[in-house]
Design a protein around this ligand. Structure first.
Ligand code: SAH
Length: 454
């Protein structure tokens, strides 16, 4: 922990730190105690009020039993309803033939309210990638993406409507935070994907060879890499992980090891997650190995710097035994220099780690582009020379605005919703997503003195 940067909330709230999360009261910072049943109320002036309707996925089984009893029904109906939702992916009273006809509508109405309505659906990769833009009860827009591969199906889900972390290369970061999603709003994205698969709406991905494993028509993996900073919506995200991974009827029965929570590096929340007793994979969005550049690419770095974030990641790996993923978006002439690959390699060498290089998916109007193939190859080569396992992420969904937040940003919001592309408050980074002055190539093309090879 750097003595120069005490991790107090006041330190973050200093006007020198251009974070949208500072301006509103609606971002749940690590250490705060958010309401486990729902998001914090939207900020003043958005025209939105209240929480999403309560849904059975917000509750554990005991809570569902109590809610059913409150309706004057025998509590075992909670298990029946849960099997319909988590096991058969249905919310429709007509499908629930094991329930008395007279009770179905009341039970479903009270515990299975519609939370998300599909506003747009786009597919590519021969139908094996499907992106959905969802509208929530209050008009908030969020995205999820289903990707079917020969051996697995991955759902990429949103944890917040918008995001307060203000990373200048990310489409979601340009718009600021609208609100946290509830546990059930997160789970509903995965259940919707499972329903598409069960209904046969997602074709098999072409198999590479005849000895490929059987192709599951179920969601096998969940990544919290859609809109939002999952660890800034801590309680609802951890509850959602439990709902997704508990066996039916408590939850959906997805393996914990197949769930990845991706974070900008909220250090206290990483430590808290390590203590949950979950076997989920932690992904850290590093994007730069040096604080000078990371301060601009991931502004929360001004509060928790590279060394501290990596220490939290190594602690997470030690406690859980899980390999940590380091996410690194390769941005041409910004963070793709050979010396940065070497610096990253030296920070990660010998650790339980894997690097995921993501060719930058430029956001509309951005001056930044993906690295040249040669620079990308050299970056990979140098990491490998340090013994660090590295893959370059496939770029599925590019043609359907696959990058975080791009679809929501292009949709026109309803009159009641805060505009997703509104002008930013003055404390925010440039709305144009152009590099801040300190991140422009001349300033960052050479290593800081301390990082230069001697
Ligand atoms: N808030 C979480 C989840 C964000 S999305 C986090 O920061 O980890 C998942 C990953 O996509 C993050 O690593 C994010 O930095 C990256 N990302 C966002 N916009 C991108 C873009 N335009 N091109 C490439 N990667 C991007």
């Amino acid at each position: 922990m750097s003595p120069a940067r005490p991790p107090t909330r006041d330190a973050v709230a200093s006007p020198a730190v251009p974070l949208t999360l500072l301006s509103g009261g609606d971002t749940v910072l690590p250490g705060d105690t958010p309401d486990p049943d729902g998001p914090t109320p939207p900020r003043e002036g958005t025209g939105r009020r209240g929480k999403p309707p309560r849904h059975l996925a917000d509750l554990d089984l005991a809570g569902r039993r109590a809610a059913v009893a409150d309706l004057g029904e025998p509590s075992f109906r909670a298990v029946q309803l849960s099997k319909h939702f988590f096991g058969r992916y249905t919310e429709h009273p007509d499908d629930m033939t094991d329930l008395p006809r007279t009770s179905r509508a009341a039970l479903a109405g009270a515990l299975l309210p519609a939370l998300l309505t599909a506003e747009r659906e786009l597919s590519c990769d021969d139908g094996t990638t499907r992106k959905t833009l969802w509208r929530a009860f209050d008009g908030a827009l969020v995205e999820s993406v289903l990707m079917r591969y020969p051996d697995r199906v991955t759902m990429c889900v949103s944890s917040q409507a918008g995001c307060g972390m203000a990373c200048p290369f990310c489409a979601t970061g340009q718009a600021g935070l609208t609100r946290n999603l509830s546990t059930a709003e997160i789970v509903a994205q995965v259940v919707a994907g499972a329903r598409l698969l069960a209904d046969g709406q997602i074709p098999d991905a072409p198999a590479r060879g005849s000895d490929d494993p059987p192709k599951p028509a179920r969601v096998s993996n969940v990544v919290f890499m859609g809109m939002g900073e999952p660890l800034a919506n801590y309680a609802n995200v951890v509850n959602a992980v439990r709902r997704l991974t508990d066996p039916v009827p408590e939850g959906m029965g997805i393996s914990q090891r197949s769930v990845t929570v991706s974070t900008v590096g909220l250090v206290p929340a990483i430590a808290k997650l390590a203590a949950e007793g979950l076997s989920v994979t932690l992904a850290v969005s590093l994007h730069a190995p040096d604080d000078e550049l990371r301060d601009t690419l991931v502004p929360v770095n001004r509060r928790w710097q590279v060394a501290e974030v990596l220490d939290a990641a190594w602690d997470y790996a030690a406690v859980t035994g899980r390999r940590v993923s380091i996410e690194y978006a390769l941005i041409k002439d910004i963070n793709d220099q050979a010396w940065r690959a070497d610096l990253l390699g030296s920070l990660l060498a010998g650790r339980l780690v894997h690097v995921n290089l993501i060719p930058l998916n430029p956001t509309p109007g951005s001056k930044w582009t993906a690295s040249r193939p040669g620079a990308q190859r050299e970056f990979v080569r140098r990491l490998e020379a340090h013994g660090v396992p590295v893959t370059v992420r496939d770029t599925r969904g590019r043609e359907i605005d696959g990058a975080c937040g791009q679809l929501a940003a292009s949709a026109s919001p309803p009159a009641s919703a805060a505009p997703l592309l509104s002008a930013r408050p003055s404390a925010s980074p440039p709305a144009s997503a152009s590099p801040p002055a300190s991140a422009s190539p001349p300033a960052s093309a050479s290593p800081p003195a301390s990082a230069r090879p001697s």
